[in-house]
Every structure is written in C-alpha cells, then in structure tokens.
Unconditional design. Structure first.
Length: 587
C-alpha cells in the first residue's frame, strides 16, 4: 500500500488541515483576483448575475452567482471573483481531503499546490467550471471513505449537475453504481437520486438557453487544460492514477474511473478543463506518496507527512518551471469598449459587434455599468444578417457604429473611424481622420482584438486610396522607410496591380498577417519584394504566387498553388474570377 494502514492525520487534525487550506487559499486567490470583468465566460456570468437570471448550461452556479452579486462590495464581476475564490479554495481542500482518504497522509497538499499554480485553474475561477471541479473532488473524498456518505456524495454530484450537466449526470450514475454495491445503502441512494430529480426540475424551470452542445476535440482539450503548469498536473496525475491501479491501491479504480469520465467530458463537451485538472491533481498526490514510500518507508506520523511533501517538491518545482503566469486581461475589456464607443456621436443608434470578445465586453459595460444607453447593442449575428440591421438603421437616420469597417454587403469606404471603432455611413466621408498606432491590449485575446482593429483600419485606409495611412495603421513604419511611405502616399491600386489581401485565406490572424498585408501594400506600389521562403506561412507564399500570376510568369493552375492545399486553390479561383474573369482558373 502506498499510504499508511491508517491515516497519520486524526479526524480533528484533518479538519484543521482542510480548514487551513480553505482559509489560506481563499485569501491568496482574492489577492490575485483580476481587477476587471474579464472576457466572454466571466463577463457574461456577471451579466446573468446582475440580472438574477440563470442559464440552462449552469443554473445552480448562476443561482450562487446571483446571491454573490448582492454583496455590497465592488462591481458584479469582482463579486463573482470572490465567489470563485471561495469555490476554488474549497476545491483545493477537496483535493487534500481526497488525498488523505486515499493515501492516509498529507500528500494531497502536493496535489493542491500543483493545482493552484496551474494557470487554467486560476483563470477559470469566475466560471461555472470551478463549482463542477469542487463538487467532483469532494464527491471522490466522500465516496472513498471507509464509511462512505451517500447523502454527501450525491449532494456533491448535484453541485456538478447544476454547473456541468453532462458531467454531473455521468458522475451521479457512477456514484450510484459504486455505492449501490452495498444493499443496505440502496434505499438511501434511491431517495438521494430522487432529490436530485426534484432539484433538476427547480433549477431548469425558466432557465435561459440550452444544455452545452457536443464539440469533440482532443486538441482543444489538451490546449485548454495543458498550458503551463497544467501539463505537469496532467502528466503526474496520469502516472499516479496508473501506478495506484497497478499496485492495487484501495479506491484507485474509482479515481481512475472518475478521471476517465472528466477527461471524456472535456474532449466531447469541452470546458475550461479545471475539473479534469482537479481530479488529476489527486493522482499527482499518489506520485508524491509513492516516492516517499520507496525512499523513507520506515517513517511514521508527522515525519512521514513531511517526507511525502519533500518528495513531492520536485513536481512543484517542475510545474513552476513550466509556467504559472495567467493570461490576465486586467482592464483591457473596459479599455476596448471605451476605444470603440467613446467617440461615437450621440444616438439614438445601434452598435454592431462582429467579434465575440468585443460583444461580451460591450454587453457587460452596457448592462452592468450603464455605458452609452443611447446605443443599443445588436445581437451577435452573421455578417449577412448584421448588414441588414446596419442598413435599416441608416435608412432611419440613426447612428450606426461597429468594431469592423464593413461586413456582409457593406462598403469599406463608407465608414468613418471613431476611436478604434467605426461609424458606418451612407456615403464615403469627405475627409480622413488621424491614424493611431495599433493598440497595446493585455492578454492573448486582447492582442487578437488589437490586431483585428488595426487590420480593419488598414483595410479602410487602403480601400480609400491611402496606402501610407494603411501602413501606419498597421504599425509598419519600421518596414517602410520615408521613401517607401512617400511612394505609398502617391499610389493607388490599379487593374494591373490590384489589392489581393482580401482574397487570401488568412484563417487565424497573427503577426504574420501584418507581414502579408505589408506585402500587399508593397505589391500595389511596385516596391520590390523577394520571393517568400518555403518556410513562410501559407498566405504569404500564396500572395507571392498570385503576384507571379498577375505579371504573367505563372499560370493560375500551376502545381505550386495546389501544393498549398484546397483552400489556396479555392481562394485563387475566387481571386481570378473577381479580377481576371477571362483567365483560366486553378484546377
């Protein structure tokens, strides 16, 4: 056995340990809480909490969030962060409790420490997933006791059902099967499961939306949960759970089954991955206990606990080395909203957001902070429907603004930049507006928004015949010197040298997108360009081939284009149809 025959921590000491973990973790997580509303998942939960609404995807969490939103401290987003810090602290205590019940020592502290340094865990504290993680680890702790508690286990499963329905249903079935091996518990199980059924009716009555949909993606599951120190939690957890099963550690098969359930849920349904990380943190505790067992098996009592923690320290060091920094946006969502709407003329009018992060940030500021009540926020719609809203508002002589210069059938030239957003117009503006360099927004999503807004502004300037202004909007002054900028200022796109950027299959925008946009500006202005290397991104290589097609040194159906994939072939066909309809297209 990896653990001791009996716990080295007595019941009173165990309760003190778990209470201490809750207290220390809660204070630490509150101190590290973000100062802003966050992006989509956290801001939309704050909006639901402020409205006292609950969603079908996480109704119980929304009830808790609604209660937390009534706390007279800070804004709703911060109040949800307080709730998240409490649930996160309880999750860490649950890992400690499960490790104690499984191993008979304090190895769970190692699992809790690994979990708290994992960036995905701390980034998702203000989301329903933290309640699901809390319920999952405590359900494990209650069911693997020497005298399992049916009511406590099923209550924890109810927490999971109310925050991650599909995962909760699977855990409830598994717990009922495991506990039902004892005939004496079966009547109590039936009553407890019936109580869950009644709770489901109450929670889902008048709930908004629908259950989470299926989106099978192993890559997404790994990317979400395996960032930074999360990779160590998953790796050590897999090793520990496997080792426990091989060595016939008591209750190890149950932990392995729960780990399989949360992993399958993450791949099939998807979430922030912290429920999976929490279960694998219990497995990581097994690794620390196993190492201590091999190295200092003769120790007992507090000395054994100290040895277990010392043996688990290398795992913690490895986790820190892998990265513990979170992608905290701080006040970026609020800055983004201010950049988009502060300079828009007074309404009545409509703001149309075309990207999810901007829409959720605007929704939060509009609903919670009451910003710009004269501008209604349009629903997040496909471009072919959003342009109808814009056209109808313009015909009604209302103000129309957006985070994109054009979408659907709108014209890129019929917009006036307002801050980093755009006021949509019926006719092209009669004068240009000053150019700002790309925004400097915190977090990965913030950087994506800054890039998207810079490209939108550059496309507007290029479509309006101001190529030098487009280069400045992209921050490409370092690429184009004064002489090249002067050439760009005196150049417009022609039939022989048309703009090609809009035809490229860009996909995910990145710094490489700015580079290929710069290639397009240089192409239009006949500034010399070298052929891109074979290691260059596909859009850049495709742009180089298109230049050869348009100057007559390459045919549209050349094998070089087909080698770049079907997307490149389709984009070439579309480009040639629009610019050279009389030419043969790629095959």
């Amino acid at each position: 056995m990896i653990g001791g025959e009996c716990g080295s921590l007595g019941p009173m000491a165990a309760r003190k340990l778990e209470s201490g973990v809750v207290a220390v973790a809660f204070v630490s997580l509150v101190m590290a809480a973000s100062g802003g509303a966050g992006w989509a998942a956290t801001s939309t939960r704050a909006v639901l909490a402020a409205r006292l609404d609950h969603s079908a995807g996480a109704p119980l969490y929304d009830v808790f969030a609604g209660v937390a939103a009534l706390i007279p401290v800070g804004e709703p987003a911060f109040r949800l962060q307080l709730l998240g810090a409490l649930l996160g602290a309880l999750t860490l205590a649950g890992v400690v409790a499960a490790g104690r019940e499984l191993l008979g020592n304090a190895a769970g502290l190692i699992g809790a420490a690994l979990l708290v340094v994992a960036p995905p865990f701390r980034e998702a504290l203000a989301t329903p997933e933290v309640l699901a993680a809390c319920g999952t680890v405590w359900a494990i702790a209650f069911v693997i006791r020497k005298q399992p508690s049916v009511r406590a286990t099923v209550a924890m499963c109810a927490l999971v059902i109310g925050s991650a329905p599909w995962l909760g249903v699977a855990l409830t079935i598994g717990a009922a099967v495991w506990l039902g091996r004892s005939k004496q518990r079966r009547p109590e199980i039936v009553i407890a499961v019936g109580a869950i059924g009644a709770l489901i009716v109450v929670l889902w009555f008048d709930a908004l939306g629908s259950f989470p949909g299926v989106r099978v993606s192993l890559a997404a599951a790994v990317a979400v949960s395996g960032r930074g120190a999360g990779a160590v939690v998953i790796g050590a957890g897999l090793l520990g759970i496997s080792f426990g099963a091989v060595t016939k550690l008591a209750s190890a098969p149950l932990v392995a089954a729960v780990a399989a359930i949360v992993a399958i849920h993450e791949v099939v349904v998807g979430s922030s991955g912290i429920a999976m990380l929490a279960v694998f943190a219990i497995g990581a505790s097994i690794v620390a206990a196993a190492i201590a067992r091999m190295v200092v098996s003769e120790l007992t009592g507090w000395k054994r606990d100290a040895a277990v923690l010392a043996c688990g320290a290398p795992l913690l060091i490895a986790a820190v080395a892998m990265g513990v920094a979170t992608d905290d946006p701080r006040d970026t969502p609020r800055r983004l909203v201010a950049d988009l709407i502060d300079q828009v003329p007074a309404g009545p009018g409509t703001f149309i957001a075309t990207r999810t992060p901007a829409w959720f940030a605007l929704q939060y500021e509009h609903t919670v902070a009451g910003s710009r009540p004269d501008l209604a926020l349009a629903p997040l719609l496909p471009p072919q429907r959003a342009d109808v809203i814009a056209a109808e508002a313009l015909r009604a002589h209302q103000i129309v603004a957006a985070d994109a210069v054009a979408f659907g059938r709108l014209d890129e030239t019929r917009a006036r930049p307002r801050g980093r957003g755009f006021q949509l117009l019926g006719d092209p503006p009669d004068r240009a507006t000053p150019i700002e360099p790309p925004a400097d927004y915190a977090s990965a999503l913030g950087a994506d928004e800054a890039l998207a807004l810079a490209i939108e502004r550059a496309e507007h300037e290029a479509a309006s015949g101001r190529l030098a202004a487009a280069a400045r909007a992209l921050g490409l002054q370092h690429r184009f010197g004064a002489a090249d900028l002067a050439v760009l200022s005196a150049t417009v796109a022609t039939a022989d040298r048309p703009a090609l950027f809009g035809f490229l299959p860009i996909g995910v925008r990145s710094a490489a997108t700015l580079d290929v946009f710069g290639d397009d500006l240089a192409w239009i202005a006949n500034i010399p360009l070298a052929d891109p290397p074979i290691t260059a991104p596909m859009p850049k290589r495709l742009h180089g081939l298109w230049r050869k097609i348009l100057i007559g040194t390459l045919k549209p159906d050349a094998p070089d284009i087909a080698q770049l994939g079907s997307g490149a072939v389709e984009a070439t066909n579309a480009m040639m149809t629009a610019l050279r309809p009389e030419k043969k297209t790629a095959q």
